[in-house]
Design a protein around this ligand. Structure first.
Ligand code: FAD
Length: 386
């Protein structure tokens, strides 16, 4: 039997993009929400380490933001990208539109987005946030969670544990260890890594390239992309097999590689800037995670990357995680907040779609670096856009 929403106590574990948004969704339902995040509060940090600096926000993600009244706030701080702008080796640039007319995806700053979402969650009187709280153990029968905070254990017992703790989810790990759940799990690292560089504003403080595009340097086996930022810089990401990254040992190797493959980007990145940045950081891996089910009994459910991490080439990891928040909330509507019914229904409904997104992302892994170069691809785009 479902009971009064305000008596439902939920713990959202992981205060990244999906956790912070989901806390808003759960608070809007009237639940008592506690949000626990392992890191310290990003709003108080000067430098936030982690993944991509900016992300492409699409319709799927915008709908989810709209559901809690945040779409406009984010959009006003985003930069629309109406097309990909392909950079050929000879310096030619050609656009491939994303859709018709003004259809676009938005370049948004990851940190800013997370900050807005955390602020929004905290505005609900029924939400409390806790930082430096790392989930270490859960009991899926009783709803007890154990966190590590300042070297000591902190415990909570709640009606529902929501795992939004990312691709390396500790909640998912504990689901896997319960034989009775018969949890299926698959993970795949691709041979490519990614490294983020930066194209600064021009000397006269303008964007150094065309603004409203997602710039792509497709080179079949590898590629580079650049998304615009509000400060007029571009976050520029190289995706390349790890062994290629590792074959670049010296500044000479690096400049030779850029001269051969991305020559027009050298003056934009700046030779010194490029040399410094490239050797200061390491390429990072990318993983796909598929699993089933997304819940255990009536006490735990996983959303976002914890349930379906995907490679970034379809630009849908966050968007899909945001959409999870809508779908999960709709399931709670349908089953009148009865977790015992809503959780299995959520798994059954969401799992095939999320797996399909993981597959599409993998498919786009090839398309982005190679097929955007192909004649057939251009023909297809041409007819799509008629
Ligand atoms: P995360 O963002 O990983 O957040 C998880 C949170 O949980 C973190 O804050 C972490 O500190 C916390 N946590 C972890 N373990 C614990 C614990 N034990 N206890 C408590 N807290 C914990 N997606 C798009 O839609 N568009 C894009 O353009 C795009 N570009 C990308 C580019 C790159 C290079 C990469 C790598 C990814 C990209 N993505 C993109 C994917 C996107 O980053 C993820 O899908 C998104 O961040 C998932 O959000 P999340 O909240 O589920 O997980």
């Amino acid at each position: 039997m479902a009971d009064d929403a305000s008596r439902k106590h939920v713990a959202v574990c992981g205060g990244g993009l999906v956790g912070a948004l989901n806390a808003c969704y759960m608070a809007k339902r009237g639940f008592t929400v506690e949000l626990f995040e392992m890191r310290s509060d990003i709003r108080t940090q000067e430098v936030v380490r982690g993944r991509s600096i900016n992300l492409a926000l699409s319709v799927r993600g915008r709908e989810a933001l709209k559901g809690v009244g945040l779409e406009d706030k984010i959009i006003e701080k985003g930069i629309p990208m109406y097309a990909r702008l392909i950079h050929d080796k000879d310096g030619t640039r050609r656009p491939i539109p994303y859709g018709k007319g003004k259809q676009n995806i938005m370049s948004v700053d990851r940190r800013l987005l997370n900050e807005v979402l955390l602020d929004a969650a905290e505005k609900y009187p029924n939400v409390k946030t806790y930082f430096n709280h790392k989930v270490v153990k859960c009991n899926f029968d009783t709803g007890e969670i154990v966190f590590l905070h300042d070297g000591r254990e902190v415990k909570r017992t709640v009606d529902l544990i929501i795992g939004t703790d990312g691709a390396y989810s500790s909640i998912r790990l504990q689901m896997m260890k319960q034989p009775s759940v018969r949890f299926n799990y698959q993970q795949e690292y691709i041979p490519h890594g990614y490294m983020e560089l930066n194209i600064p504003p021009s000397d006269d403080d303008q964007f150094a390239m065309e603004i409203n595009y997602l710039h792509i340097w497709p080179r079949n086996e590898f590629m580079m992309i650049a998304l615009p930022n509000l400060d007029k810089s571009y976050t520029t990401t190289i995706f390349m097999p790890f062994d290629m990254f590792e074959s670049i040992h010296t500044e000479e190797d690096l400049m030779q590689f850029f001269t051969d493959t991305f020559p027009d980007s050298i003056p934009l990145l700046g030779e010194d800037n490029l040399k410094k940045a490239f050797f200061a950081i390491k390429a990072l891996p990318m993983v796909t995670v598929k699993c089933y089910p997304y819940h255990v009994g009536s006490k735990v459910v996983i959303l976002g990357d914890a349930a379906h991490a995907m490679v970034p080439f379809y630009g849908q990891g966050m968007n899909c995680g945001f959409e999870d928040c809508i779908v999960f909330s709709e399931m709670l509507d349908e089953y009148n907040n009865d977790f015992a019914k809503a959780l299995p229904a959520y798994t059954e409904y969401r799992n095939p779609d999320a797996k399909a997104m993981c597959d599409l992302a993998m498919y786009n892994y090839v398309e982005m670096r190679a097929s955007v170069n192909s004649y057939l691809f251009l023909l297809r785009k041409y007819f799509d856009n008629l």
